[in-house]
Ligand binder design. Structure first.
Ligand code: CP
Ligand code: NVA
Length: 310
C-alpha cells in the first residue's frame, strides 16, 4: 500500500499524475461539480502542531470528494497523554479509510504508517511538507512557471527547503537554495535529492548568498525563520537571518515576471517585506487555495492505487 510521506517515494510520472488529477478536480470544483471520488470515506486528521491551511483544506477536500474528515488534535486524543503512536495507528486505521498526520519527526510518521492498515499522508513533519509542494507546483503550472523554471529558495534549510529539494530532484528543474551558515539543509536529504537529480537532470545548487540565488529566477520562495517547535531559538535565528528578507530590492534581481510563493503563515518584514508580500498576494493566496485541490489529487490517487492492489 502506498503512503504519501515524502516525494522521495514517488517517480516523476506519479507526481505529475497527481498534479493532473488535482487540476481536473479543481476544474470540476470550480464548476461546482462535486464528483464523489471518495464517497463515504473517512479521513482521520491527527495534529500535533497548529494549522490553518492544512486543517481546512483536508477537511473541506475530503467533504468535497464525498467523504468526511475527523479533526483529531493530540491535545484531545490519548496520543497526547502518552498512548504510543503504533497503538494509535492500529486503532484509528481500523476505523477510517485514510489518515493525515502533522507531527514532529518523520520517524513518528513512518512508525504510524508501518502499523497502519490505510494510506497515511504527511501533513508536515520537521523534515518535510510534501503536500505543500504539490500545491506549489500546481500554482507554478497555473502561472506558466512549470517549464524548466529556475527556482530560488531563500531562508532556513527546513522542511520547506527539503521538500523543494525533493520536488526539483524528481521533476528535474533548477533549484538554488540560499541559507545562512549553520542553517543549511539536512545532509542526507541533500544526498537523496542529488541522487534523484542524476536521473532527472535537475540542477541543484547551495549558497550563502540570497542575491546570487534569486538572480534571474522565475520563482522565488521563502519560509518562516522560526518553524513550529523552534520558538525558544527565536532571537538567535532572527539575528542569523539578517539580510535574508525577500524584498523589492531582492525581487528586482529575479526575472521581471517572476512569481513569489510562500507556504504561509508569513511573518512580514522578517522573511518577506510587507510590500513584496502584497505585490504577490494573488500568487500566494492561489498557492494557499491550491492546497485544497492538490490534496484532493493526492487522496484520490492513493485510493486508486489501493483499489488496484485489492
Ligand atoms: N502552509 C501550511 O501548512 O499552513 P498551516 O500551518 O496553516 O497548515
Ligand atoms: N517551516 C514551517 C512551515 C509551516 C507551514 C514550520 O514547520 O513551522
Amino acid at each position: 500500500m502506498r503512503h504519501f510521506l515524502t516525494l522521495k517515494d514517488f517517480t516523476k510520472e506519479e507526481i505529475l499524475e497527481m498534479i493532473d488529477l488535482a487540476a481536473t478536480i479543481k476544474a470540476q470544483t470550480k464548476k461546482r461539480e462535486y464528483v464523489p471520488y471518495l464517497e463515504h470515506q473517512t479521513l482521520g486528521m491527527i495534529f500535533e502542531k497548529s494549522s490553518t491551511r492544512t486543517r481546512v483544506s483536508f477537511e473541506t477536500g475530503i467533504y468535497q470528494l464525498g467523504g468526511i474528515g475527523l479533526f483529531l488534535s493530540s491535545n484531545d486524543i490519548q496520543l497526547g497523554r502518552g498512548e504510543p503512536m503504533k497503538d494509535t495507528a492500529r486503532v484509528i486505521s481500523r476505523m477510517v479509510d485514510m489518515v493525515m498526520i502533522r507531527t514532529y519527526s518523520q520517524k513518528k510518521l513512518e512508525e504510524f504508517a508501518a502499523y497502519s492498515k490505510v494510506p497515511v499522508i504527511n501533513g508536515l513533519s520537521d523534515e518535510y511538507h510534501p503536500v505543500q509542494l504539490m500545491a506549489d507546483y500546481l500554482t507554478m503550472r497555473e502561472f506558466g512557471k512549470d517549464q524548466n523554471p529556475v527556482c530560488a529558495y531563500v531562508g532556513d534549510g527546513n522542511n520547506m527547503a527539503h521538500s523543494w529539494l525533493m520536488l526539483a530532484g524528481k521533476l528535474g528543474f533548477e533549484l538554488r537554495i540560499a541559507t545562512p551558515v549553520g542553517y543549511e539543509c539536512d545532509e542526507s536529504i541533500v544526498a537523496d535529492a542529488l541522487e534523484a537529480a542524476k536521473q532527472s537532470g535537475a540542477k541543484i545548487t547551495f549558497m550563502n548568498d540570497p542575491k546570487a540565488a534569486v538572480t534571474g529566477a522565475d520563482v522565488v520562495t521563502t519560509d518562516t525563520w522560526v518553524s513550529m517547535g523552534q520558538e525558544s531559538e527565536k532571537e538567535k535565528r532572527l539575528a542569523a537571518f539578517a539580510g535574508y528578507m525577500v524584498d523589492e530590492a531582492m525581487m528586482a534581481l529575479a526575472k521581471e515576471d517572476a512569481i513569489f510563493l510562500h507556504c504561509l503563515p508569513a511573518y512580514r518584514d522578517y522573511e518577506v517585506s510587507e510590500e513584496t508580500f502584497e505585490k504577490h498576494a494573488e500568487e500566494i493566496f492561489t498557492e494557499a487555495e491550491n492546497r485544497l485541490h492538490a490534496q484532493k489529487g493526492v487522496m484520490v490517487w492513493l485510493d486508486r492505487r489501493r483499489e488496484e492492489q485489492k
